[in-house]
Structure formats: structure tokens, C-alpha cells
Design a protein around this ligand. Structure first.
Ligand code: 1CP
Length: 355
């Protein structure tokens, strides 16, 4: 299918047979690794790291040097699009991302344009090209974007949020303005992900980290609708090879069938849903990715193995596609050795389900 040395991850997403269950970790390149902290210090700050293709590639490959992971994920961030739209992204020490010019009203939405992936966002495409070169065909590279809803939360709140007050006010008081923002974001995400695919991303994932804060009706109108539009706008085959698409809505387990109905190849699960139930609900319509609670990585190593075994057993024997992952990003204070135990356990304990 491809010239990859290890294509388990792509095969599982396409529901093809594999020798063992593939595994990667959300946020696998990051602050829990001392070598990441060293490269980030060398870059100066987070965005300078994202904008330097050699250093972005270096940190992408760091977790693969430690652990036998089955996929690499582009080192970048979901907030590159709003930054390229002119909102002025910056990071305040210990406070997470912030925007200098958040979106407050219709005139702000009317002002923003669709960033050129090979213009303002060319640094991301350069990182993709550099990583593909440095990976030398070992494992596939995952490209990604935030969902329109999740991007809009940061753009309207001006940064991270707990209560989502400003965006919910906009949603209920002026839904037309929010829809106009979400529609622009969907178009930008389509162009951005298609450019990542063109540059060498072999699969793409959409992170809808904050979809789960919506009511079921609002989720469909303000988040899912736009992810559906993106799935339909993506180039799903590149140079004759399928490019699988994964949608991940954190806390979205109750909407699994609806997410699967978008036509995506796989649905990412957080740990609040039992994978046996999830599989029964989607059948062979989509592959599933997940779903160990990242906090289990604080547990003794035997407990980590037990949890991996329970999730593998919960998915059971079948070729309907399982990519093992954490249900959300790895915590920054997890001992790296525990991540190693996790990855090895998935490979070792899953072989019996693939005979
Ligand atoms: O200080 C640092 O070094 C910066 C921390 C950091 C890192 C390592 C940020 C800022 N972004 C990233 C990289 C990143 N972000 C990746 C690539 C690394 C990998 O997976 O190995 C990816 C896929 C993301 C995606 C991302 N950024 C999401 C969606 C996934 C998720 O975790 O829910 C979200 C919500 C963001 C926003 C963001 N960027 C950075 C932070 C600290 C945050 C979260 C802020 C918040 O909680 O609201």
C-alpha cells in the first residue's frame, strides 16, 4: 500500500489486518520529556520552536527514539490558524495561549481572511516536509488541526477558558456571527489540512477538544456540522494512497454514531466511554482510537499493563480497526518510563487478538 516500514497505524484506521494493535500518544512530544524541554529552551519559546522546521522535526522524532510508537504527529499547535488570521497569538509563562485581538463582534469576523497555507502558514508545511524527510519512511506522519468550534472558543474567549462565557453569549445572542466565524474556520481548516496532505501528512486528525461543553443540539449545529463540512472537503487520497481522517471530540461519547456518520475513517474516544459499548454502537462503520485515561500513567507499572489488557480485551478480536491511544494528552509530569511500559504493553498484549 505504501513504502512505509511500519504501516500498522494506517492499516488499522482503514480496518485492514495488522500483526498487533498500533499505538501512539496524544501530545507524545512535549514537556514530560527532558529532551523536549532542552530543545524548547534552545528555540527560546514555543512558537519559535514551531516555526523552525529542523527543531520542530527534532521534537517530533524525540518520542519515537525512546518508544516503538507506530505514528509520528506533526509538532505544531491548533492555534496556528487563528494566529495566521491576525489575532496575535502569544504565550504567557504558566498561563497558556492568549490572543492580543480576540473576536468580539461581527466586524471582527468580517475582517478575517482565509490564511494561505503556503504563505502565512508555510512554516507548518515546511515542518511537515522536514519531518517526512527525517522519518525516512519508518512510520506514518499525522497532520492535524483544531475543529472550528474549538478554535473559535480560543478566538472569542481570548485564550483558554473554563466556563466559555463569551462564546456562549455570542452563540445565544448572535448565532449568525458565530456561524459566520465557524464557516470561515471550516474553509481555512480544509485548505490547511489539504496543504499538510500535499506536503506529506499521511493521515489527519481533527481535535475538537471543547465540543463536549455543548448541549446535544448545539453540538450538532455549532461543532459537528463544520467537522462534517471539513471531512467532505478533504483530499482523502494522495498519490493513489488513502489518507485516513480521525475526528476526536473530547467528552463526545454520547454522540458517537453522529460523529461516525460524517464519513470520517476513525473516531477518537476519551476514557469516559467503554470501548466495548463504543464498538457495538459503531460496528464496522469506523475504526476507533483510544482510550486509556492518561492518569493511569501515574500508576505502578503493573497497573498500567492491567489497564491496557482490559481495553484490548474490551475491543476484542476483530478487524474493525483499533488504534490504541490515551483518551487525551499525556500529562506533563508523567515519568517517561511509564509511557514506555504503556507502549510496550499494547504491542505485547495485543498479538493474541490479531491471529
Ligand atoms: O510550553 C510549551 O512547551 C507549550 C505546550 C504546548 C505543546 C507541547 C502547546 C501550547 N502546544 C503543544 C503542541 C501540540 N498541541 C501538539 C503537538 C504535539 C504532540 O501531540 O505530540 C498538538 C497535537 C497540540 C494540539 C492542541 N493545542 C490542542 C488539541 C489537543 C488537546 O490536547 O486537547 C489544544 C486544545 C491546544 C491548545 C494549546 N496549545 C498549547 C497549550 C498549553 C494548549 C492548551 C490550553 C488549554 O488547555 O486551553
Amino acid at each position: 500500500m505504501t513504502t512505509l516500514k511500519n504501516d500498522r497505524y494506517l492499516r488499522a484506521l482503514l480496518k485492514q489486518p495488522v500483526d498487533c494493535t498500533p499505538v501512539w500518544m496524544m501530545r507524545q512530544a512535549g514537556r514530560y520529556l527532558p529532551e523536549y524541554r532542552a530543545t524548547r529552551a534552545k528555540a527560546g519559546d514555543f512558537m519559535s520552536l514551531c516555526k523552525n522546521a529542523e527543531l520542530a522535526s527534532e521534537v517530533t522524532l524525540q518520542p519515537l527514539k525512546r518508544f516503538p510508537l507506530d505514528a509520528a504527529i506533526l509538532f505544531s499547535d491548533i492555534l496556528t490558524i487563528p494566529d495566521a488570521m491576525g489575532l496575535g497569538l502569544y504565550f504567557e509563562a504558566g498561563e497558556g495561549p492568549k490572543f492580543r485581538s480576540p473576536i468580539a463582534r461581527k466586524a471582527d469576523v468580517d475582517k478575517i481572511g482565509n490564511p494561505d497555507p503556503e504563505g502565512e502558514l508555510q512554516y507548518v508545511m515546511n515542518a511537515v516536509r522536514q519531518i517526512r524527510k527525517d522519518l525516512q519512511g519508518e512510520v506514518p506522519l499525522i497532520g492535524f488541526s483544531g475543529s472550528p468550534w474549538t478554535l473559535a472558543t480560543y478566538m472569542v474567549e481570548g485564550g483558554s477558558s473554563k466556563a466559555f462565557t463569551k462564546i456562549k453569549k455570542m452563540m445565544y445572542a448572535d448565532p449568525a456571527t458565530l456561524h459566520s466565524l465557524l464557516d470561515k474556520l471550516a474553509d481555512s481548516v480544509i485548505d490547511y489540512l489539504n496543504a499538510q496532505i500535499q506536503a506529506g501528512a499521511q493521515s489527519v486528525m481533527i481535535f475538537d477538544t471543547w465540543g463536549g461543553v455543548l448541549t446535544p443540539r448545539d453540538y450538532e449545529q455549532f461543532s459537528l456540522q463544520y467537522m462534517h463540512k471539513i471531512v467532505e472537503g478533504l483530499n482523502r487520497v494522495h498519490e493513489g494512497v488513502p489518507v485516513p481522517v480521525t475526528l476526536f471530540t473530547k467528552n463526545g461519547g454520547m454522540w458517537l454514531e453522529k460523529i461516525a456518520a460524517t464519513g470520517c475513517d476513525a473516531v477518537g474516544l476519551d476514557w469516559t466511554i467503554n470501548i466495548t459499548d463504543a464498538k457495538a454502537r459503531v460496528g464496522d462503520k469506523v475504526a476507533l482510537q483510544g482510550n486509556m485515561d492518561p492518569s493511569i500513567l501515574y500508576a505502578p507499572q503493573e497497573r498500567i499493563r492491567e489497564e491496557v489488557a482490559a481495553i484490548l480485551d474490551g475491543f476484542g478480536h476483530s478487524n474493525t480497526g483499533h488504534v490504541f491511544n490515551l483518551g487525551h494528552g499525556i500529562h506533563l509530569d508523567v515519568p517517561p518510563e511509564n509511557a514506555g511500559v504503556f507502549v510496550d504493553s499494547v504491542h505485547e498484549l495485543s498479538r493474541k487478538y490479531h491471529k
